[in-house]
Design a protein around this ligand. Structure first.
Ligand code: ZN
Length: 139
């Protein structure tokens, strides 16, 4: 597989407005593309940084994965996402290498991306996302 860039870095926040404050006010990033991803019980917002983005994640449900993450580890760095051209090929390759995966099939992420998560036990403790964006642009 070929990773083409760091697509975004996912940051878990207890709530979007206080969570976005540092990134917008201190670092001057622009808050855009807010979206609810119902399947993952999360509200996301993207803040572009050159070729990559910061993704803020606020749970929409106390049982959601981001709520559970914050409960266990507190707010902060949650995942890193790499862009791939072909998520199906990347997934097949990971399965062939017997890498522990959270997703056995690509699912729909924010901005219409197709994504998979690799299990932290396979990566040295980091949640890694691979994402494919059909039109080659950021959301
Ligand atoms: Zn992400």
């Amino acid at each position: 597989m070929k990773l083409t860039k760091i697509d975004h870095i996912g940051i878990a926040v207890p709530d979007m407005s206080s969570g976005a404050k540092f990134w917008t006010e201190a670092l001057g990033l622009t808050y855009e593309a807010e979206e609810i991803v119902a399947e993952q019980k999360v509200k996301t917002a993207f803040l572009p940084v050159g070729e990559s983005e910061v993704e803020l994640l606020e749970s929409t449900d106390p049982d959601g994965p981001v709520a559970k993450f914050i409960e266990k580890r507190g707010p902060g760095f949650q995942h890193i996402a790499f862009r791939v051209d072909d998520i199906d090929a990347a997934l097949a390759e990971l399965k062939e290498k017997d890498i522990a995966l959270i997703d056995q099939e690509p699912r729909k992420g924010a901005g219409g991306a197709r994504i998979i998560f690799i299990h932290p036990k396979a990566t040295g403790g980091i949640l890694v996302e691979l994402c494919e964006r059909g039109d080659g642009t950021t959301p």
